[in-house]
Design a protein around this ligand. Structure first.
Ligand code: SF4
Ligand code: F3S
Length: 104
């Protein structure tokens, strides 16, 4: 599966949602997640993210993000249409530790 990771938080470019063939992106207040059981591993969303926030779970230390994506995809509504990114997204893009700083 692919999952959304830290750098989506407070940016939410949403380019990713338009290309997903199975509509498995879900939207929270300041980040998106992918449902790991619905994702068919096609990989087309990965290069669409300007923040490079979408990663395959085959990369090291991704267990935490798979669990994060699974948990919130069960709670949040699906998103299939691109919208404006969050205010201040350019300044937030690339900051480290956004999960701890901004996600509650
Ligand atoms: Fe959707 Fe494919 Fe991205 Fe999975 S890898 S979230 S199926 S676009
Ligand atoms: Fe987030 Fe990147 Fe999509 S910033 S909303 S994962 S395009």
């Amino acid at each position: 599966t692919y999952v959304v990771t830290d750098n989506c938080i407070m940016c939410k470019y949403t380019d990713c949602v338009e290309v997903c063939p199975v509509d498995c992106f879900y939207e929270g207040e300041n980040t998106l997640v992918i449902h790991p059981d619905e994702c068919i591993d096609c990989g087309v969303c990965e290069p669409e993210c300007p923040a490079d926030a979408i990663r395959p779970d085959t990369e090291p230390d991704m267990e935490k993000w798979v669990e994060f994506n699974r948990k919130y995809s069960e709670l949040w509504p699906v998103i299939t249409r691109k919208k404006d990114p969050m205010p201040g997204y350019a300044e937030m893009d690339g900051q480290s530790g956004k999960l701890d700083k901004y996600f509650s």
